[in-house]
Write a protein that binds this ligand. Sequence first.
Ligand code: AGP
Length: 608
Amino acid sequence: MNVMCGIVGVTGNENAVEMLMNGLRRLEYRGYDSAGIYVNDQNGKDYLVKEKGRVADLAKAIGEDVHGSTGIAHTRWATHGQPSVANAHPQVSADGRFYLVHNGVIENYIELRDKYLQDVTFKSETDTEVVVQLIDYFVKHDNLTTLEAFRKVLYLVGDSSYGFLLMDREEPDTLFVAKNKSPLLVGVGNGFNVVCSDAIAMLNYTHDFIEMQDGEIMILTPEKVDIEDEEGHHITRLPFHVSMDASEADKGTYPHYMLKEIDDQPTVMRKLAQTYFNDDGQVTIDDELLADLQSADRLYIVAAGTSYHAGLVGERLFERLAAVPTEAHVSSEFAYNSPILSKHPFFIFLSQSGETADSREVLTEVNAKGYHSLTITNVQNSTLSREATYTMLLNAGPEIAVASTKAYTAQIAVEAIIAKALGEATQQVAAADFDLRPQLGLVANGIQALVDQKERFEAVAKDNFVDQRDAFYIGRGIDYAVSLEASLKLKEITYIHSEGVAAGELKHGPIALIESGTPVIGIITQERTASLTRSNLAETAARGSHIMTIVTKSLAKAHDDIILEDVDEMLTPLLTIIPAQLISYYTSLLKGLDVDKPRNLAKSVTVQ
Ligand code: AGP
């Protein structure tokens, strides 16, 4: 099973191998434990190369003579079945006629295998091999065309998740493409066509993409793209233009995407101030969205991981600025344990990628019940964006590193923008007094001051984190919300066990984990709770911890460690997270780990 992989296909271009390999490099953030490519030169020669490890390992394995004009390729993130050459994609039918790459999970593959394929000897442990063998089976056994067999298999796999690219040696310039709950886009070129999990993969070759809907089949040849719905009826759909430049997805002279993305944050803050404020300094969001928000009696923010942590900050922003009750929820929990909803709920989905399956599960249910929703995302035309009532873009530029940084701060800034707009519309004094546009300028300067002190954070990482087994971030209120994100950053790229703890909760249990030298970092930005958090830090120090503080200037004391520029108390998460991002980055680097591609993770989590 392969749940968060990157897939790419090309038809009709002599440079197919180069295009596919460049595409895989751009998609590697989606999975990176094995990779493979199949190309056909249209003159009876074809090549299948698969390798365990990174795309770079596959590139080394591809010899000089591997060439072709049509092909498919895959980079994998495995869940079942070890990363291995046998389990890597493309998977091949027994007689070598059909080649398939897949992103998703076929729920009923064992039943299908046992029902139809008892005579087949399988070479891999993958669900994907069952699908490609089934296509072969129906072509031979039921005398179906490739397209008919493909359609039949799509019917049989039911509501499983998939993005499929299929090639048939007997129609070597054709790509058969289908998707369900898994992202895929078709790109239109001049004399060639491409398909990819993310437009970033093919931006060097085209900027015109056609959306693909669940259940559709697309048949790509060099000259055309045929779209068919589930019943086989033809559909016409015009391409949309992606204006992003391919170089935006490059890391330039930076050693890692994560460092570049941390450094991008002041620019992102300024860009959001430009995008969502008019020349008179008034906050501007879509009128219909604002009306919908005004008629809601409760906001439900639904998200996963870092985006959920941004939602926890949003909860406080909406309640304080717009006086509307707000709840942030983890999407995988909400989907199956949803709370009793208010009479007029409105849903806000936070998702950098716009593809997170857990969040989409909730959105599907929200749509089925007829509720309205907003997706706040970094990816134009992503699934969550298309399926929600409204979209607001983060405009943060591509975020490639698995550890999310600039998307988190952009999400909080956009939440603040919406909360201010809503609060002003409902005449809340707090919203009127909240001078957000100039504040975003102060935030940008405050972030810049922090990212300019990289050597300092590298030293903190070296002296206090690299050799530690455990670490704790603590805070109260909005500082607690940031503690959770700070802790996630540390654990996911340094593999140090880390927890974000509500400072007042330490004494109710977690303090038992404190040992001599354990780092405990206190985040202190709220006047009301500053002295309480300081006392909680002192309690851990009395048990041997090594305490550090991240404090805003106006609350700072003589022995504080990291002092931040003062910004509005509600916007401090935009600054307090930056030291934590940099400390995590340098700790990972000093431990010799793969900062951008930490073990066991993938950027876009398209399975539940
Ligand atoms: C955070 O660093 C992770 N990459 C992860 O927690 C991520 O935020 C989560 O998977 C949600 O992704 P999304 O924002 O694309 O929906």
